[in-house]
Write a protein that binds this ligand. Structure first.
Ligand SMILES: *[C@@H]1O[C@H](CO)[C@@H](O)[C@H](O)[C@H]1NC(C)=O
Ligand SMILES: *[C@@H]1O[C@H](CO)[C@@H](O)[C@H](O)[C@H]1NC(C)=O
Length: 416
C-alpha cells in the first residue's frame, strides 16, 4: 500500500504540467493508465528472472500481438474471454486498431523488422477451412507437424529471422500425434535491423570496460565508445534515470536507453515504467550539452517460454489442459491446449547499428575536445525501439551471469 501510494504521488508529479509529457487517462481516480508495452515487458522480465539469468533480453511487441490474435481466433467461451480482455487493454494503449496513414511507417523507412509467427498442430487434427483462412490472413503460418520434415523447415524459417535462432526449437516442441499430444504449438520470432544515423561509435575505440552487475558484483564487458558530441539526452527526474536517444539512419525509429541513477535501480524503474508511455518520452526537453557515450556491445538471443508467463495478463486457461477451449480450430469441443508458446528474438548491437555487421565502413574519428558530461551505461539498463506512434521492442541489459573470478574485478587481481 505504501509503495502504491508513493508511486502514485511520484506519477502525479511526473504528469504535472510543464513536463512536456502526454498525460495518460486516469486509472482509477487520479491514477495514470498502465501502458501495455511496459506492463508486458515487466511481467515477462519478472517471469524470466526467477528461472535463468541471461545477459539481457528483448521482447518484440508486434509479433506477440499477432500471436495473441491467434490465441483469440482459436479459442471459445471463457478461454477466449480472458484473451479478449487482455487484448482490449492492448488495442486501447498501443493503438493497433489505428490505421491512419500517418501512423504507418513509410516504406522508405530503413528500420527493418523481420518476424515469424507459426501455429503447429497435430496432422490428424481436423481444421475448419474458415479457421485456416483467418489464421493465414493474419500472416501466420499454419502447419500440421510431420516427424520427418517439419522441424527442419521450422528451423529454416527461423534462420531467415536470424541465424542465431535456427536451433532454438526442438522436435519435442511439436505435436505429431493427436491422441498423445492434444496440443498446439505457437511460436513467435523477430529481429530488427538498422544503422546508426550519427552515433559515431568507432571500432578502434572498443574496449573491455567495467560493468556493475549490482552494488557488489562487477565484471568486464566489451564496450562501444563515442567521443563527446551533442546528444539527445534527458534526465528523467521522476524516474531517477537518464535517457539517451540514438537516431537510426533514414528512419523515424529511435533506439532508447534509460539508465537508472542507481546501480541497482532497474527493478524499481521497470515498475514505474508500467505507467509511462515510452512514445511520450521522445518529446521531453533534451539537454543540449556535449556527452561522450559508452554502451556495451550486445548480442542477446532471447528464448522465453510464455505459456508459463502470461498469468499476469489474465491469460491462463488456453494453456491449461483441463480448462482450455480451443474449439474454434475444429468446430468441436475436444481436449486441446497450447502447451508451448516461445518468444524468440535476436538483438545485436555494435558500432554500425542493430543486427548489422559491416566492418568495412571507415569513419573519420572527429575529436571535439573534452567534456565533463558522460553517458556510461555501466550498470543494468532498460532499452526500447520506439517512434512517436509505436513501441517496436523493449528490453533490458545487464542481468549478467558473473564468473566468480570476476567478482572483485580483473583490475584488482592483476595488481596483487
Ligand atoms: C514425410 O512423411 C509423409 C507421410 O508420413 C510423406 O507424405 C511425406 O512425403 C514425407 N516427407 C518427406 C520430406 O520425406
Ligand atoms: C462457442 O461457444 C458457444 C457458447 O458456448 C457455442 O454456442 C458455439 O457453438 C461455440 N463455437 C464453437 C466453434 O465451438
Amino acid at each position: 500500500m505504501t509503495v502504491a501510494v508513493s508511486i502514485g504521488l511520484l506519477l502525479c508529479q511526473w504528469f504535472g504540467p510543464g513536463e512536456g509529457l502526454i498525460p495518460s487517462e486516469l486509472y482509477p481516480a487520479g491514477w495514470p493508465a498502465r501502458q501495455y508495452p511496459t506492463v508486458l515487458h515487466k511481467a515477462i522480465v519478472d517471469g524470466v528472472s526467477s528461472n535463468e539469468i541471461p545477459d539481457g533480453l528483448m521482447i518484440a511487441h508486434d509479433t506477440l500481438t499477432t500471436a495473441f490474435g491467434v490465441l483469440l481466433a482459436s479459442s471459445n467461451g471463457s478461454t477466449a474471454d480472458e484473451i479478449a480482455e487482455a487484448m482490449t487493454v492492448l488495442s486501447k494503449v498501443t493503438g493497433i486498431a489505428n490505421t491512419e496513414l500517418s501512423h504507418l511507417k513509410p516504406v522508405s523507412d530503413k528500420f527493418k523488422e523481420s518476424s515469424y509467427t507459426g501455429v503447429y498442430v497435430p496432422p490428424q487434427l481436423y481444421i475448419r477451412a474458415d479457421y485456416a483462412d483467418k489464421i493465414r490472413d493474419m500472416g501466420v503460418d499454419l502447419v500440421p507437424s510431420l516427424p520427418n520434415s517439419t522441424i527442419e523447415s521450422l528451423s529454416d524459417k527461423l534462420s531467415t529471422i536470424s541465424n542465431d535462432l535456427k536451433d532454438t526449437t526442438s522436435s519435442d516442441d511439436l505435436p505429431y500425434i493427436l491422441d498423445r499430444q492434444p496440443e498446439v504449438f505457437v511460436v513467435t520470432a523477430a529481429s530488427f535491423k538498422a544503422v546508426w544515423a550519427d552515433a559515431d561509435f568507432h571500432n578502434e575505440n572498443r574496449r573491455m570496460r567495467e560493468f556493475n552487475v549490482d552494488e557488489r558484483r562487477r565484471t568486464f564487458v566489451d564496450t562501444l565508445y563515442s567521443l563527446p558530441k551533442q546528444r539527445h539526452i534527458a534526465h528523467l527526474h521522476k524516474l531517477r534515470a537518464t535517457m539517451l536517444l540514438l537516431p537510426l539512419k533514414y528512419s523515424r525509429v529511435k533506439f532508447m536507453v534509460i539508465l537508472p541513477d542507481r546501480i541497482n535501480g532497474l527493478h524499481q524503474m521497470e515498475k514505474e515504467l508500467e505507467f509511462v508511455d515510452l512514445r511520450s518520452l521522445l518529446g521531453v526537453k533534451m539537454d543540449h550539452g556535449r556527452y561522450d557515450v559508452r554502451l556495451p556491445v550486445m548480442n542477446i538471443v532471447t528464448n522465453i517460454e510464455l505459456a508459463d508467463n502470461l498469468g499476469f495478463l489474465g491469460i491462463r486457461k488456453v494453456f491449461n489442459p483441463k480448462q482450455a477451449d480451443l474449439s474454434r480450430i475444429t468446430g468441436q469441443k475436444q481436449r486441446l491446449r497450447v502447451r508451448r508458446f516461445p518468444h524468440l528474438t535476436h538483438f545485436e548491437l555494435n558500432e554500425q547499428g542493430i543486427n548489422f555487421r559491416n566492418f568495412e565502413i571507415q569513419t573519420r574519428v572527429r575529436h571535439d575536445g573534452e567534456t565533463h558530461n558522460h553517458f556510461y551505461a555501466s550498470h543494468p539498463f532498460f532499452f526500447a525501439l520506439v517512434d512517436e506512434y509505436k513501441v517496436y521492442a523493449t528490453g533490458r541489459y545487464g542481468q549478467l551471469t558473473v564468473d566468480p573470478d570476476d567478482i572483485k574485478g580483473k583490475g584488482m587481481r592483476s595488481s596483487s
